[in-house]
Design a protein around this ligand. Structure first.
Ligand SMILES: *[C@@H]1O[C@H](CO)[C@@H](O)[C@H](O)[C@H]1NC(C)=O
Ligand SMILES: *[C@@H]1O[C@H](CO)[C@@H](O)[C@H](O)[C@H]1NC(C)=O
Ligand SMILES: *[C@@H]1O[C@H](CO)[C@@H](O)[C@H](O)[C@H]1NC(C)=O
Ligand SMILES: *[C@@H]1O[C@H](CO)[C@@H](O)[C@H](O)[C@H]1NC(C)=O
Ligand SMILES: *[C@@H]1O[C@H](CO)[C@@H](O)[C@H](O)[C@H]1NC(C)=O
Ligand SMILES: *[C@@H]1O[C@H](CO)[C@@H](O)[C@H](O)[C@H]1NC(C)=O
Length: 486
């Protein structure tokens, strides 16, 4: 794994150095000759784009270097620079009060426009961390609930050595009795270091919160905890308890949960979780996880990549994820889709029985790669009792290398000269002793034309018999997991 990552890094450095040469000398035609003209056009577009970004940066830098804290309620653009409030961007001095003052001013600004009832629209007010790294000794909170359309961005926060261990660096909780605390709060381009004291971001009872391009490390509880509310989108972010790139000697001891979704309708997209006991814990419905790369703690060391803890009403989609030595656990899964994922390093899916229900589960079109130790791609944990209510479970069309296929659909054949043919599916079918549907055909050699019949379907084995001995091939297809209408 490390070797492969180095190769990527090397390729990236080479590409980056090409870009640098071209931006210094503006030699796009040279690139155009070396690469295809289509590539050349793309490069020119990238250069133009970079140029425009640079100019905009220059303007905003020039503006912000003279800007003071805007007056509360002022109609002018509102960027609250935390250093204007005395925050220490070197991270040596406690900046909690300064940051809280900046937030307080930002949220006292008058609102315009429309958000959900009870939430004042702050019109996009920004609290800028100005690229500084600030130490805080208490969670950053908004002075009161009921505001929205505000952005905190562009810097780093770290917890002091006396930060409360049950706290979060950024905490959207409130004693408000309204249904929602906040709407459309954005946290962008932040590095959050919990200093092994508590968590990163707590989002209770809020609507449409965005966490974008954040790096959250050294949490002991949760990197991000979402509780109630809905539509928190966590995207393009990196979370890990320890800063490691895999193969860490302390991996067995990793603890904490990187993302804890205890609410409905959230999305996690394009996120890497590099250390935590549990990568993503889901205990709310209708959440979608896509493009998540979990190598937080290998399953072999007791870690879980994604844990679906909503027995009986799961409603979760896990799509296009990369489960890297670290698997998925689903308790009594009811409506779960796991598809187009890549499971590396013997990572697998566990269906765990709580009340014995599994219904509406698709595990299809995934790739599994293992080390030939005979690990099943999907396992049942029936320590809490057997699965008794099994319906609409389709585990099929996964490609598997170095692991054991487990499916709810299987095909097999038996060849022999005699009156009985047995095809034993017990090494492939997931559920023990369950076949809901069988289809077979018997192909006898020579001119024989025997009577034959399905004689026994038990123990995940199918027995076909003929009335006279013949040399024949018997082909069998079975399905388990879906009850057929009788
Ligand atoms: C809620 O109220 C309690 C008691 O007044 C106070 O200690 C606590 O800080 C409040 N919490 C928030 C998030 O405002
Ligand atoms: C893991 O934790 C155990 C028990 O706390 C400790 O003895 C051990 O040294 C730790 N291992 C590493 C690699 O940190
Ligand atoms: C099948 O077995 C019978 C005897 O049981 C034998 O007569 C026959 O030749 C065999 N057929 C083939 C194709 O081996
Ligand atoms: C099918 O194979 C399993 C082992 O994979 C074995 O325990 C079982 O007895 C076999 N069943 C039949 C009918 O041969
Ligand atoms: C099945 O075989 C028996 C004798 O072996 C024969 O009497 C019967 O007609 C056959 N049935 C059919 C449907 O061919
Ligand atoms: C089917 O096979 C199982 C296992 O071999 C056996 O216990 C059972 O009696 C068989 N059933 C019938 C109807 O032959």
């Amino acid at each position: 794994m490390a070797r492969r990552k180095n190769a990527f890094a090397f390729a990236f450095i080479r590409l980056a150095s090409c870009l640098m040469v071209s931006s210094v000398y503006g030699d796009y035609p040279l690139l155009g000759r070396v690469f295809s003209s289509h590539y050349g056009e793309q490069m020119q577009k990238i250069q133009e784009f970079k140029g425009s970004v640079f100019r905009r940066d220059m303007v905003s830098l020039a503006a912000s270097s003279v800007a003071a804290a805007p007056q509360p309620g002022s109609p002018s653009p509102r960027v609250y620079l935390v250093t204007s409030y005395g925050a220490d961007p070197t991270g040596n001095k406690d900046s909690t009060d300064a940051l809280m003052s900046a937030i307080a001013d930002a949220v006292q600004a008058s609102g315009k426009g429309v958000l959900i009832e009870g939430i004042t629209n702050l019109g996009g007010a920004q609290i800028s961390l100005e690229g500084g790294n600030y130490m805080i000794s208490r969670p950053l909170r908004f002075p009161s609930a009921g505001v929205g359309n505000v952005v905190i961005h562009g810097g780093a926060l770290h917890a002091s050595d006396d930060f409360p261990t049950d706290g979060y660096l950024i905490d959207l909780s409130s004693n408000s009795s309204s249904p929602y605390n906040f709407e459309y709060i954005t946290f962008r381009d932040l590095m959050l270091d919990s200093n092994y004291r508590g968590g990163g971001i707590f989002v209770p009872k809020s609507l449409r919160t965005s966490i974008d391009n954040c790096y959250i490390a050294h949490f002991t509880s949760n990197g991000i905890l979402v509780q109630g509310g809905h539509e928190t989108i966590i995207r393009n972010s990196f979370l890990g308890q320890h800063i490691t790139a895999g193969g860490d000697p302390g991996e067995r001891n990793f603890s904490g949960t990187a993302i804890n979704l205890n609410g409905n309708d959230n999305a996690v997209t394009d996120v890497v979780i590099f250390s935590a006991a549990v990568g993503i814990m889901v205990s709310g419905q209708a959440n979608v996880l896509t493009g998540v790369h979990c190598y937080n703690k290998a399953t072999g060391f007791g870690g879980t990549g994604i844990y679906l803890k909503l027995p009986g009403n799961t409603q979760t989609r896990i799509l296009n994820c990369y489960m890297d030595f670290t698997g998925i656990v689903a308790e009594d899964p009811v409506q779960v889709d796991i598809s187009n994922c890549f499971f590396l390093g013997d990572a697998y899916v566990v269906l765990k029985s709580v009340n014995g229900v599994v219904n509406g589960v698709n595990i299809r079109n995934n790739m599994f790669s293992g080390s030939g130790k005979g690990i099943d791609i999907v396992k049942l944990d029936q320590s809490g009792g057997p699965f008794k209510k099994i319906d609409q479970v389709v585990i099929d069309a996964n490609n598997v290398n170095g692991m054991n296929v487990r499916s709810t659909v299987a095909r097999g054949s038996a060849q022999g000269n005699g009156t009985s043919w047995t095809v034993n599916f017990s090494s492939v079918l997931l559920f023990p002793d369950l076949i809901n549907y069988v289809q077979y055909s018997l192909s006898a050699s020579g001119g024989s034309f025997p009577n034959h019949s399905l004689r026994n379907v038990s123990g995940n084995s199918v027995v076909v018999e003929s009335d006279v001995a013949v040399s024949a091939n018997v082909f069998v297809m079975v399905e388990q997991g879906t009850k057929l209408p009788s």
